[in-house]
Design a protein around this ligand. Structure first.
Ligand SMILES: Cc1cc2nc3c(=O)[nH]c(=O)nc-3n(C[C@H](O)[C@H](O)[C@H](O)COP(=O)(O)OP(=O)(O)OC[C@H]3O[C@@H](n4cnc5c(N)ncnc54)[C@H](O)[C@@H]3O)c2cc1C
Length: 388
């Protein structure tokens, strides 16, 4: 049987980053992945630009059943450490709004750098080979694939979450966790567009605007995108982490301005401005038409109190009840996952199960939109690689 210091299940962001660091520390490392290419999710990340980190890195940007868990790994591996890593591979970055860093050379270049880092350090990468079974044997771990059986002192589960199955995402990591009696917080699609049944705004599909959206206690200011099925865009992807079926979203389509005051000001000018025209000063014309509705053809001076209140509430407090999310097919990440309470936050090793590590998205750690999920993959991989 093939024997290694470490077997890594999954050649994604976390698995490859771990493998490079662990092999660099002299460990013999085998990485298994069913894909024909490694890091398939990295290749499609950030719309092909890979938003690999965020300068505004803080534990508060992550949702985790054990909120302090991420702190140690984040403290030991910062956004600038990742910038430096990419720099050593000849890659540069561009900063977008909110400290989001994207790779200027594109997501494919990041994936290639990760592969070079792992194999260059001596890790053995076996592609087209999925782990199908894991066994604990005499203090070591056995891993069976379609092609063979391997053994190692340490096992690193880096299988990611089940979102975006088109790039090979699986549920295997959760099965391994349960096999070792590790609790799994039920995974659910997150950072995902929302579907609204009986959607009567199909004609607005493709239209985008800045909004403030709230759901229960959470309020997010970002861009909204109308789709054929409902709502998307960064504002909706971000609120999807907090939305539960049966809850309303409340949208302020004109954050920072006061529609009632705008109407009053237009009344005081001449009063003759059409409501539709007033709205078109602040909204794309298709949306202005829809918001104005029957009142759109009236002059502002003709708006009675009821029509004005109704317009103001459509603009500032538009209530939408999504029926579901677009599901795993379109979710950027899985919320939930392997319960971190059973792990060391310094090393990602399972308590009471020496040599068993879980890193990356398979854990119950979900970052906000904006580079946080990839940063968690790097930081958790880095933490485990120092310990293994
Ligand atoms: C469309 C899209 C865009 C995204 N954009 C961004 C972004 O710009 N910024 C950001 O921070 N995050 C982004 N994310 C999220 C980010 O890609 C993931 O959070 C991150 O890749 C997780 O890293 P990971 O290593 O834990 O898992 P992954 O990168 O998903 O890697 C898991 C690997 O495990 C392998 N695997 C699964 N089962 C087995 C098995 N049985 N045996 C062996 N191998 C197995 C898979 O093939 C895969 O290669 C995006 C996600 C998607 C879907």
């Amino acid at each position: 049987m093939n024997t290694w210091d470490v077997i890594v299940i999954g050649a994604g962001a976390a698995g490859l980053f771990f493998a490079g660091h662990a092999a660099g520390r002299g460990r013999s490392v085998l990485v298994l992945d069913p894909g024909a290419k490694p890091a398939r999710k990295v290749r499609i990340s950030g719309g092909g630009r890979c938003n690999f980190t965020n300068l505004d890195m803080d534990a508060g940007r992550f949702v985790c059943g054990n909120p302090h868990f991420v702190k140690s790994a984040l403290a030991c591996f910062t956004p600038w450490d990742m910038v430096e890593f990419l720099g050593t591979h000849g890659l540069t970055y561009e900063e977008k709004a909110l400290g989001q860093l994207f790779c200027a050379e594109g997501a494919g270049a990041v994936a290639r750098a990760l592969e070079r880092f792992a194999t260059g350090a001596g890790a053995n990468l076996r592609l087209g080979e999925a782990a199908v079974e894991v066994q604990r044997e005499e203090g070591a771990f056995g891993v069976t694939t379609g092609q063979g059986r391997y053994r190692a002192n340490s096992l690193v589960v880096a299988t990611g979450g089940p979102s975006w199955p088109g790039v090979g995402a699986t549920w295997f990591g959760y099965d391994v966790a349960r096999q070792f009696d590790l609790r799994v917080e039920p995974p659910r699609p997150a950072l995902v567009p929302l579907v609204c049944g009986q959607w009567s705004y199909v004609d607005l599909a493709g239209l985008s605007l800045p909004v403030r959206v709230s759901c229960a206690e959470t309020v997010i200011a970002d861009d909204l995108l109308f789709t054929h099925k409902g709502l998307s865009g960064p504002a909706i992807l971000r609120i999807s982490m907090h939305w539960k079926k049966g809850e309303f979203l409340v949208l302020d389509l004109l954050p920072g301005l006061n529609m009632a005051a705008l109407i009053d000001a237009a009344r005081q000018e001449t009063g003759k401005t059409l409501v539709r025209k007033l709205l078109a000063r602040h909204f794309p014309s298709r949306l202005a038409e829809r918001l104005g509705g029957q009142a759109g053809g009236l002059a502002v001076a003709e708006l009675d109190r009821e029509a004005m209140d109704s317009l103001v509430s459509r603009v500032h407090q538009w209530q939408v009840m999504p029926t579901r999310s677009e599901g795993w097919e379109r979710a950027e990440v899985a919320a939930g996952g392997v319960d971190t309470r059973a792990f060391s936050s310094k090393t990602m090793e399972a308590n009471g199960l020496p040599g068993l590590y879980f890193i990356g998205e398979v854990l119950d750690v979900t970052g906000e939109l904006g580079g946080y999920n990839l940063h968690w993959a790097w930081a958790s991989a880095h933490a485990a690689a120092q310990a293994v």
